[in-house]
Design a protein around this ligand. Structure first.
Ligand code: FES
Length: 283
């Protein structure tokens, strides 16, 4: 196993990080728990996770500053310092969105998230120190500090990438559903009780059907956020609320109206034929 993989495994199993995770979870959950803040930080308002997009800004700014340090001359010193400052400012919303995503993780994911966050805090501190040195005319020291900060940020980004692509945090948990293209019989009309979601199988895909205000609605039953069972969720104000982390999806089109889910839940059309309910993916 490669050295980096071993390191990641060690961090995932490091119980020592649980104390920090437990101490941070409460305040972060309180700070990011309101519907509007959660929706803003998750990215549900644009139908895509916010955090991965924002990370490009501080990393890009700090990388550009270091490139200027290496390739530029004395005349570019101010531009490099400003890029360092831009990266520090951009790290504030980036950290907030990451913390909001992190608070809904558990176990090894949570420990890796703690290490990812601590690495980024160290990177920001180094960049702040670099900015101050540059401001005071200590350019060489400022360059060394920002190069160290960039390296630390890239290390933290490695852990963040592993969280997404190795452990599936933030991935669309319906991405590998292959629904049938035609209408599929899934249940009898009499099987439904108003506002009580029911799990059915449509050609190998789990679908949640529910009769709400006299209309039968259908969404994929696996929550896009982390795979929670929407058929065990509650119906409220024309939405289904995921029982795992409280994401709220509009019943008629699956739009995420409250994070942590950021992308729409796959929606299905429904019809009744001879007392039987049929569904097919919404076009
Ligand atoms: S699994 Fe997290 S909100 Fe549904």
């Amino acid at each position: 196993m490669a050295l980096l993989e071993q390191l990641v495994k060690k961090i995932e199993g490091a119980d020592a990080l649980d104390a920090a995770g437990d101490a941070l979870s409460g305040p972060v959950a309180t700070a990011t728990g309101s519907d509007s803040i959660k929706q803003l930080l998750s990215g549900g308002w644009m139908g895509h996770q916010l955090h991965p997009m924002l990370t490009d800004v501080p990393l890009g700014a700090w990388l550009s500053a270091t490139a200027i340090d290496v390739l530029g001359g004395r005349g570019e010193r101010r531009a490099a310092r400003r890029l360092i400052g831009l990266g520090v400012l951009a790290s504030i919303p980036t950290a907030a969105s990451g913390a909001s995503d992190w608070v809904d993780t558990y176990g090894g994911e949570k420990r890796l998230g703690v290490a990812h966050g601590l690495g980024n805090v160290a990177a920001i501190a180094l960049q702040c120190a670099s900015w101050r040195c540059r401001r005071r005319g200590h350019h060489f020291r400022g360059k060394v500090l920002s190069a160290a900060g960039l390296g630390t940020a890239l290390g933290a980004a490695y852990l963040g990438g592993h969280l997404s692509f190795g452990l599936g945090v933030g991935m669309n948990h319906t991405a590998f559903e292959f629904p049938p293209s035609d209408w599929t019989d899934v249940a009898g009309v009499d099987d439904l009780v108003d506002d009580q979601p029911k799990r059915v199988d449509a050609g190998g895909v789990a679908v949640m059907i529910v009769r709400h205000r006299g209309v039968i609605r259908a969404l994929s039953a696996t929550c896009v956020h982390a795979g929670g069972p929407l058929d065990e969720g509650t119906i409220e104000a024309d939405c289904v609320i995921c029982p795992w982390h409280g994401s709220r999806f509009r019943l008629d089109d699956g739009a995420p109206l409250r994070g942590p889910a950021a992308i729409p839940q796959p929606a299905w059309e429904s019809r009744v034929v001879d007392g039987r309910i049929e569904v097919k993916p919404a076009s």
